[in-house]
Design a protein around this ligand. Sequence first.
Ligand code: ATP
Length: 199
Amino acid sequence: MRLALFGGTFDPVHYGHLRLAEEACEAANLERVLFIPAHTSPFRTAERLSAHAHRLQILRLAVQDNPRFEVSDLEIQRGGVSYTIDTVRTLRQHYPNAELFLILGADALQGFTAWREPDAIAQECRLLVGVRPHYDLQATLEQLPESIRRRVQPVPMTPLGVSASDLRQRVRQGRSIRYLTPPNVIEYIQQHRLYLEPE
Ligand code: ATP
């Protein structure tokens, strides 16, 4: 099986994430994408995230009509700081014969060498990297060590400037987030009165 991991805080998920996953499926002929919300991002330990249950449920709503997309609560169940290499090793045990991929945006690739055991991750997974406005993928690629660079497959996608922090800010300001994330996600955010408090 050609299986991709897609990690993030997803607070909340938006069309930038969903388009990246869709384009990655096409580019690498993926059979399944696992969206894995982090319990705690190693680089954002001071940030207050929305409750795990909300981030999970929002993701489930967002992917429910796509048979290739699935949500995994593996990192949330594991608890603590979420290191991708731990998740990769767990999934490798579950799927010993799968061809593994890791989906990430150009901004995440920029900081990739600061992740825990980046070489081990790149050895297990091909890296499917989507463009993101304001991030120079080419320059980032040139700075990476060869062992990692040769594992990168750029994913051509329509650049989308949407970000979760922008969505949160819009909700807080009482502005519209229509067309930035699926309608059932917006409905959930409104019903549960998420993102109204100052961060
Ligand atoms: P925040 O605004 O809170 O920092 P975010 O929108 O960047 O959040 P994350 O959950 O941190 O979302 O991102 C998860 C992954 O999705 C990362 O690899 C990131 O690079 C990628 N990503 C997020 N938004 C986009 C986008 N608009 N285009 C391409 N990749 C994206």
